[in-house]
Design a protein around this ligand. Sequence first.
Ligand code: SME
Length: 137
Amino acid sequence: ESPSTDTNDKLQKICTLLDQEIPYFNWTGFYFKHPERQELILGPYVGAETDHTVIPYGRGICGQVAVSSQTFVVPDVHAQDNYLSCSIDTKAEIVVPIIKDGENIGQIDIDSHSLDPFTEEDREMLEWLCDKLSVIL
Ligand code: SME
């Protein structure tokens, strides 16, 4: 379900902060599950405009995380068959689910213009963030 305006403002600020602080985070955004349809809906983001404002479960990296509820680190997007390209500049991607009360409600999605840029610390930081965020969502 889409977060409130106030919550969206906070999510927007988080995107801006991550985008500013980590040079290889080149598109940072949130997707949330639609309350009825088996789809992810684009939430706040920073980066190039994307055609993928609605993603069916199972499609692309994001859609796979909607189903698996597991962090998905993709060092090289071109090595993935089930991938939705947002920008020709994107080389890598990480998607971390947001779990609230045991339920997968959405995710943070980060694209990078660098190949294999994401560290174990990035993963841990994003998982920590999603865990904290679940409280306000
Ligand atoms: N690449 C994603 C689609 C979302 S854009 O990266 C913003 C995917 O394969 O699900």
